[in-house]
Design a protein around this ligand. Structure first.
Ligand code: SAM
Length: 244
């Protein structure tokens, strides 16, 4: 399926054309049809719409307000992630294999660490890049390298990694199908791009990366990917499995 990139503002047509080329999307300079998925470039930023998503709002990633801002400002209160990372006097080099909405990476960055974040989806990558570009506090992103690549195919600079972080999409259950609107949108993006993952296989590959620690985020009741884990940090609905 060829995705439409809708852009009605003539001032943004050059940027829209570049984005459409990069995403192999078709540039549409008139109003969008709400019957099919599309990307929308406007003064607000780059957004994604899917007619089957429960949320009527488009997915527009925003680091200036809402949950992201809250997590940036309250990073020091993120007890679970901090416990999983462990104490360190120096900033850590973290490879976040599953950038997603960058929420966890924002916590790592706010805690002063350096992050290379990998995102396999071209659409998610462009939504993130656009949101970073719109960010009013760009200083937080100075220690971030965001890369559009599948984690198991990423072979560059695999030295000096302290922590590999892996937060794959949760398996679909009735409960997770009712997850937050934004995560439902991520699912829709991956469906549209025909991206499917085998998290258990990917875990095996990621385990072989030279590092000090591998942290895996899992639903609280899910089986660990391996029984060889060293410790677990439990939240109410999620858990971090830590492999040394
Ligand atoms: C559950 S979300 C991650 C959420 C993220 N931790 C956050 O805090 O916003 C999973 C994301 O990781 C991406 N992803 C999953 N497996 C991947 C892989 N093997 N390589 C790169 N990206 C991957 C998916 O495309 C999706 O955007």
């Amino acid at each position: 399926m060829i995705l439409d990139l809708v852009c009605v503002s003539p001032e943004q047509h050059t940027l829209a054309k570049e984005l459409a080329d990069s995403l192999s999307a078709s540039l549409n300079t008139s109003q969008a049809s709400s019957k099919k998925p599309y990307l929308d470039l406007s003064e607000d930023g780059l957004a994604f719409f899917h007619p089957a998503a429960r949320s009527r709002k488009k997915l527009l990633i925003d680091f200036n307000s809402g949950a992201s801002r809250w997590r940036i400002e309250r990073a020091s209160h993120e007890k679970l992630i901090k416990k999983a990372l462990g104490r360190s006097d120096a900033p850590l080099n973290i490879l976040d294999c599953t950038a997603g909405l960058l929420q966890d990476t924002l916590v790592f960055l706010s805690l002063g660490h350096r992050v290379t974040a990998l995102e396999q989806s071209r659409i998610m990558f462009h939504l993130l890049e656009d949101a970073i570009h719109r960010s009013e506090d760009s200083s937080i992103f100075k220690n971030l390298d965001l890369i559009n690549e599948e984690a198991c195919s990423y072979t560059r600079e695999l030295k000096n990694i302290d922590v590999v972080y892996f937060d794959p999409m949760y398996p679909k259950t009735k409960k997770s199908a009712l997850s937050s609107g934004q995560l439902e949108y991520v699912e829709k993006v991956l469906e549209l791009e025909s991206v499917s993952n085998n998290a258990a296989k990917e875990f095996e590959v990621l385990q072989s990366i030279p590092k000090k620690k591998l942290i895996v985020k899992r639903p609280i009741k899910a089986e660990p990917f391996s029984q060889e884990l060293n410790y677990q940090v439990f939240g109410k609905t999620t858990r971090f499995d830590v492999y040394l």
